[in-house]
Design a protein around this ligand. Structure first.
Ligand SMILES: [Zn+2]
Ligand SMILES: [Zn+2]
Length: 362
């Protein structure tokens, strides 16, 4: 069931600056030249990210839980190094603003964005489709499939996917632990939503099983944090049943002339405004960084947020803390399966970031 029943506005999304790093080498010196965030103070390395980075967290959340939740996502975020700009890119978005790199379609240009591992499938019995097997002509007979979610303006189609290197675990200044896998094709993409799911094949069981284990760990931590929050929230509710939020929700539910979906959306806006947001990405194609901010509302199925991003952040993981917990606590069960992460899409003139339209449309 589509969960975006009342995104009926035909108004186009406001144009934003899409944040792909072009011709940047991924050296730390790129930071020193940054015009957008001189000094890069809001950007934490994964290692340095801790409770001190958080400021205030909402009632019901424990800071240590929040840090472990964010850090469980971090290893799944990858750098995408792309070389080619497809001739199939459109000249403009629907709102007529220029589509990224439309002026250099068909050319080889070094550009970088970010992505996040969505799922690892395998081992699959059969001839491996990976780049090295295809090139060598000697195919391994067991392989894994890695799906990576990014923004479509980072990787547009199969032609571009063929020229992408996916850099995993680029978190340390010395690049230790970094592993590279070649992407292969686009599984699914949508231009206006700015979503792209890339497929990579590998016969490296070390890499695949490591990513799979990290995905499982992320899921377990998510469940544990959600359970802790639910328990704390139910205690808070008992302590203060007159909290305005809950009274308002009851009032909304009593409005029988509203549809469920509309009520759910009103609740969504009321209860998720200013939830904590984290962006994990590879600004300037450098090592992975985490920034912290707040949710600023929805715009046609996209998240908007105030959190620092730079060129290279496009496609990085935007996480909204507590969204699923809020969903499960308040809404119909079919609203509860939604994702808590969406790819970063662009920065608006106001300094607010906007995600791809991934989160609300499953
Ligand atoms: Zn920067
Ligand atoms: Zn292979």
């Amino acid at each position: 069931m589509a969960l975006s029943p009342t995104f009926a506005s035909t108004r186009h999304l406001q144009a934003g600056t899409h944040e792909v790093a072009q011709n940047e080498g991924g050296h730390l010196s790129s930071y020193s030249e940054c015009q957008k965030h001189p000094g890069h103070l809001p950007f934490f390395s994964v290692n340095d990210f801790g409770v001190d980075a958080l400021g205030n967290v909402p009632q019901g959340f424990c800071k240590e839980d929040v840090v472990s939740w964010v850090k469980s996502w971090a290893p799944l975020v990858v750098k995408i190094c792309s070389l080619f700009i497809s001739e199939q890119r459109p000249p403009t978005w629907e709102n007529q603003s220029p589509y990224p790199f439309a002026d250099i379609r068909g050319q080889f240009v070094n550009h970088m964005g970010s992505g996040c591992v969505r799922v690892v499938l395998g081992p699959i019995e059969g001839l491996c489709f990976c780049y090295s097997c295809s090139k060598s002509g000697v195919k391994k007979n067991k392989y894994w499939e890695i799906q990576i979610l990014t923004a479509r303006h980072v990787v547009f189609d199969d032609l571009e996917a063929n020229w992408c290197n996916i850099v995993c675990f680029d978190e340390r200044p010395d690049k230790n632990g970094t592993q590279i896998v070649r992407s292969c094709k686009v599984l699914d993409a949508d231009t206006e939503k700015d979503t792209c799911c890339l497929l990579c094949y590998t016969h490296s069981s070390d890499l695949a099983q490591n990513l799979k284990r990290l995905s499982d760990t992320r899921y377990e931590i998510d469940l544990r944090v959600a359970q802790n929050v639910k328990e704390r929230c139910s205690q808070l509710r008992e302590e203060d049943k007159s909290r305005p939020t809950f009274r308002t929700i009851k009032e909304l539910r009593d409005q029988r002339d509203e549809t469920d979906a509309k009520i759910a959306q009103l609740l969504l806006d009321k209860t998720t405004y200013r939830l904590l947001v984290f962006v994990i990405s590879h600004p300037h194609g450098c090592a992975k960084r985490i920034t912290v901010g707040h949710h600023r509302g929805r715009e046609k199925g996209c998240l908007t947020y105030k959190a620092a991003t730079c060129p290279g952040s496009s496609g990085g993981a935007v996480l909204i803390l507590g969204l699923r917990v809020v969903s499960e606590a308040l809404w119909r069960k079919e609203w509860c399966g939604r994702f808590e992460s969406a790819p970063h899409s662009c920065a608006l003139e106001t300094g607010v970031g906007r995600s791809a339209a991934w989160l609300w449309d499953t």
